[in-house]
Design a protein around this ligand. Structure first.
Ligand SMILES: *[C@@H]1O[C@H](CO)[C@@H](O)[C@H](O)[C@H]1NC(C)=O
Ligand SMILES: *[C@@H]1O[C@H](CO)[C@@H](O)[C@H](O)[C@H]1NC(C)=O
Ligand SMILES: *[C@@H]1O[C@H](CO)[C@@H](O)[C@H](O)[C@H]1NC(C)=O
Ligand SMILES: *[C@@H]1O[C@H](CO)[C@@H](O)[C@H](O)[C@H]1NC(C)=O
Ligand SMILES: *[C@@H]1O[C@H](CO)[C@@H](O)[C@H](O)[C@H]1NC(C)=O
Ligand SMILES: *[C@@H]1O[C@H](CO)[C@@H](O)[C@H](O)[C@H]1NC(C)=O
Ligand SMILES: *[C@@H]1O[C@H](CO)[C@@H](O)[C@H](O)[C@H]1NC(C)=O
Ligand SMILES: *[C@@H]1O[C@H](CO)[C@@H](O)[C@H](O)[C@H]1NC(C)=O
Ligand SMILES: *[C@@H]1O[C@H](CO)[C@@H](O)[C@H](O)[C@H]1NC(C)=O
Ligand SMILES: *[C@@H]1O[C@H](CO)[C@@H](O)[C@H](O)[C@H]1NC(C)=O
Ligand SMILES: *[C@@H]1O[C@H](CO)[C@@H](O)[C@H](O)[C@H]1NC(C)=O
Length: 412
């Protein structure tokens, strides 16, 4: 569902922002034959530390104006390399490996220049920073790999979101126009169709449309740093439940925060703390912690959703959740509900947070929520104990019975 929604959002954004975030390049060999051809849209979300020791994050796309200096078609010794340079000394490159039937991207290298003060105002570390990621999805030789769907690559401090990707390397015959679709595109060509069918059924039979339940969210580990030290630790699985416009109908829709495409940032002080989770730049959830007496608690939640028609902020300023002593951490395995507005709920799973007094990057003693200590967890224990007792009872009576019959037999 989330993928589908994003698909819709991406397509529309793609139209609106046609000019930015996209590039199209070709690399040619000495005889001017194209060996690599690529076009894609890509957004980079980068988390960096500022001079005042807060974490900031910036999202920007690769512009349509790029150069390919440094690229090579490769040779018998050298593998092909595609280098895309843009903006103020930023660059993105991929090199390739191949066997007889398939090739794949070997490593994605992204280098960004924090001297670029337009993008990184006030960055503490200035210079060229590089992150790498190896990816190995085999692509058949001589076909063009295409993927309209978002693909997310996460490296330290950087989330790269790609979509509308078209790539051909080791091109021997660019005249061949065969395409290889990524698996997400292949499955999504069916997803909207089945979706439409469900809607039609639902409207004709019941007034409330049925949507497929969404999987339990994956628990992500997040942190906020102050200077070189972590000052806030959090881990949780988050599922948002919001009224969204789907297929022309407004309905409750669930989607999960994917830790793989989420970066955390925020700030810490002595009496307040902020944790900001940014999933792919499209869903941002902010948690504000405050202090009363000697306890901390979750006071505000601010959700920013980006959809085709724009950005919406939804905030609840007046919460009183996740309370624990300042020097401890808060723990709750049970699913909990945060009502942010009439139109947006968040279901949280396996929450552990410590917004203050983090030492040595580890959680302090956990104060567990009441739900976890619910007596209901005793029920299986009691049932189990009763069962074991019954089994023992049956066994003993069996032994006694056997003994009796044996002694009876012997006495004959
Ligand atoms: C840190 O600097 C950023 C931008 O330079 C500013 O927006 C922010 O308010 C500052 N934070 C603090 C705590 O001074
Ligand atoms: C990409 O970044 C730009 C800001 O530079 C933003 O407007 C756009 O919504 C982003 N797109 C995606 C898909 O994240
Ligand atoms: C990139 O190549 C073009 C010509 O191919 C050249 O004019 C330009 O100076 C080169 N840029 C860099 C940074 O090497
Ligand atoms: C691709 O580039 C990476 C990083 O520069 C390097 O470690 C790797 O060996 C290269 N792969 C090939 C096949 O040359
Ligand atoms: C390229 O395609 C043409 C026409 O289909 C064919 O004749 C030629 O052999 C192909 N070249 C290579 C290197 O595959
Ligand atoms: C989060 O941290 C816990 C405890 O350190 C660890 O067991 C778990 O694998 C981590 N999860 C992820 C997604 O890194
Ligand atoms: C989403 O929220 C609505 C309204 O509160 C509720 O009826 C529905 O059961 C929720 N769905 C899930 C999966 O939590
Ligand atoms: C997008 O957000 C706006 C503002 O919150 C909302 O009115 C609209 O229904 C949303 N559209 C979709 C497609 O979810
Ligand atoms: C997140 O990444 C891990 C390993 O990097 C992978 O096993 C997992 O399937 C990914 N989860 C999602 C939801 O993409
Ligand atoms: C919610 O977060 C967004 C994005 O960080 C920010 O622009 C907005 O001012 C925040 N709203 C409130 C009420 O804090
Ligand atoms: C901090 O953690 C490290 C490694 O886990 C350990 O060696 C060290 O003793 C810890 N320090 C404190 C003050 O707990």
């Amino acid at each position: 569902m989330k993928r589908f929604l994003y698909g819709v959002v991406m397509c529309l954004l793609g139209v609106v922002l046609m000019r930015s975030e996209a590039f199209e390049v070709q690399v040619k060999d000495d005889s001017s034959k194209v060996c690599i051809s690529a076009s894609m849209k890509v957004n980079f979300t980068i988390q960096y530390e500022t001079n005042n020791s807060t974490n900031a994050s910036v999202t920007f796309g690769a512009p349509d104006e790029v150069t390919t200096n440094g690229s090579t078609c490769g040779s018998s010794e050298e593998t092909p390399l595609l280098v895309v340079n843009f903006g103020n000394n930023h660059s993105w490159s991929v090199n390739f490996t191949r066997n007889s039937t398939a090739y794949s991207i070997d490593v994605i290298v992204f280098t960004y220049n924090t001297n670029d003060s337009a993008l990184f105002p006030d960055a503490k570390r200035k210079g060229l920073l590089t992150t790498m990621k190896s990816v190995h999805e085999p692509i058949p030789i001589n076909v063009t790999y295409t993927c309209l769907h978002e693909e997310v690559v996460v490296t330290e401090n950087v989330v790269q979101v790609y979509w509308n990707v078209s790539l051909l390397a080791f091109a021997q015959n660019v005249t061949l126009k065969q395409e290889f679709h990524c698996s997400e595109d292949a499955s999504s060509t069916q997803a909207p169709t089945t979706h439409v069918v469900t809607t039609a059924n639902a409207t004709s039979t019941t007034p409330t449309p049925t949507t497929k339940p969404v999987d339990k969210p994956i628990v992500g580990n997040y942190s906020v740093s102050r200077g070189s030290e972590k000052c806030l630790l959090a881990s949780m699985g988050l599922q948002l439940n919001a009224t969204l416009l789907v297929d022309g109908q407004t309905r409750w829709t669930q989607f999960n925060i994917n830790p793989n495409s989420t970066i955390s940032s925020g700030s810490c002080s002595n009496d307040s703390a902020l944790l900001r989770l940014n999933d792919s730049g499209t869903t941002i959830v902010e948690f504000y912690f405050s202090v009363r007496e000697r306890n901390f608690y979750l006071k505000e939640v601010n959700v920013t959703l980006t959809n085709a028609s724009g950005i919406s902020h939804i905030t609840n300023y007046n919460l009183s959740l996740w309370e624990a002593s300042m020097s401890n951490s808060y723990l709750c395995h049970k699913e909990q509900l945060i009502t942010v507005s009439e139109d947006l709920n968040i279901n949280t799973f396996d929450v552990r947070v410590q917004p203050f007094n983090v030492q040595n990057e580890t959680y302090a003693k956990a104060e567990e929520c009441f739900a976890d200590s619910d007596l209901s967890f005793l029920i299986p224990v009691v049932v189990g104990a009763v069962l074991v007792f019954l089994i023992i009872l049956v066994f003993i009576s069996y032994l006694i019975g056997r003994r009796k019959s044996r002694t009876g037999y012997q006495s004959v």
